[in-house]
Design a protein around this ligand. Structure first.
Ligand SMILES: *[C@@H]1O[C@H](CO)[C@@H](O)[C@H](O)[C@H]1NC(C)=O
Length: 195
């Protein structure tokens, strides 16, 4: 907008100058300024169109990001591998994470990043895995020991997902994991870029 005002000012000055002079050189200069002005106007219009287009493209890009914490004090042990339901939703832009099931469902094909972090009382063992559909992808492990009070573990992974692929965390059989209102034990994910 400032550029446009400046341009109009230059053209206006040019006209005023020509109006008060009969000199042919200054008339020629003025014509040059005018064609330059026309060119600049075209350039500005193009730049404005491009900015509008970029805003439109960015608005159309899907926005997917979630973080949730587990809650519930001691979770486990269970006598079979159990999907953890991270109930306390911290962020869920795009609603791809379901806090009733603990399952993230990819809304579209793309590369996604996932991170999970867990806290375990040291008197217990804990093994957890991140799954893509039925496939175990990455895991964390803690063996019980009498020497400290609390252990923690994390893992993360970039995954190429198709639309509808599901990602979730499973606590292995006979494992423990802990969380309370401090949000120690969390599961997060985001779409890095669509494909
Ligand atoms: C746990 O997460 C909630 C958001 O769901 C937040 O309000 C709260 O402050 C967090 N607690 C701590 C101790 O960070």
């Amino acid at each position: 907008k400032t550029m446009r005002t400046l341009l109009l000012l230059v053209l206006f000055c040019c006209h005023t100058r020509v109006g008060t002079s009969s000199d042919s050189t200054s008339q020629k200069n003025c014509e040059n300024e005018q064609s330059l002005g026309a060119l600049l106007t075209k350039l500005l219009t193009l730049a404005e169109k491009q900015t509008a287009l970029e805003i439109k493209v960015s608005a159309n890009r899907p926005k997917v990001a979630f973080s949730a914490s587990l809650e519930g004090g001691q979770n486990g042990p269970f006598n079979t591998a159990t999907t953890l339901v991270y109930k306390n939703v911290i962020t869920n832009v795009g609603n791809a994470y379901n806090s009733a099931t603990g399952i993230f469902t990819a809304p579209q094909k793309g590369v996604y990043m996932f991170i999970y972090h867990n806290v375990v009382f040291a008197a217990h063992s804990s093994t957890m895995s991140l799954f893509k559909n039925a496939l175990k992808i990455v895991s964390t492990v803690e063996w019980k020991s009498e020497h400290d009070g609390i252990d923690s573990g994390s893992n993360g992974v970039m995954l190429l997902l198709e639309q509808g692929d599901q990602v979730y965390i499973q606590l292995w059989k006979d494992s423990w994991v802990y969380d309370d209102a401090n949000n120690f034990t969390t599961f997060s994910g985001t779409l890095l870029f669509p494909l």
